[in-house]
Ligand binder design. Structure first.
Ligand SMILES: [Zn+2]
Length: 135
């Protein structure tokens, strides 16, 4: 259930970025999750949909990218991508001294913010002012 604070973190980072960009809406958020992380995509999406209601991130799409974990052998420097369950021995030399790199991270990689409206769109609205009968 630790997706809730994680999702709150994502949301506050994204909203801060959107406010700095002039209060425009957030279209999409790119997230990186390590393959060994216990974070569940669907749970993050679930909390995000609830928490983002009425904010600049309302309706934003979450895009998840799974980052592989790398297991490095201390003895022979053999590197291999791994998924859970982790191997106990180096598949190259049989050593048990293995170091896990990456695979447990979780962070916001990019935030996509709505394009500003085209600047020459006020001609139309100003010409409409004297025409109140229009429906
Ligand atoms: Zn090895």
């Amino acid at each position: 259930m630790h997706e809730l604070p994680v999702t709150q973190g994502i949301l506050s980072v994204a909203i801060e970025a959107a406010e700095q960009a002039g209060g425009r809406r957030i279209v999409a958020i790119d997230l990186v999750i390590g393959t060994l992380s216990s974070i569940v995509d669907d749970s993050v999406q679930f909390y995000f949909d609830i928490l983002s209601r009425g904010t600049l991130a309302d309706g934003a799409v979450l895009r998840f990218r799974r980052e592989p974990a790398i297991l490095v052998c201390w003895d022979c420097d053999y590197r291999t991508q791994v998924v859970a369950p982790l191997p106990a021995l180096c598949s190259a030399c049989g050593s048990t001294r293995l170091i896990l790199r990456d695979g447990q991270e979780f962070f916001v990689e990019a935030i996509e913010i709505e394009e500003p409206p085209p600047e020459e769109s006020n001609n139309e609205s100003s010409s409409r002012q004297g025409n109140s009968g229009e429906q």
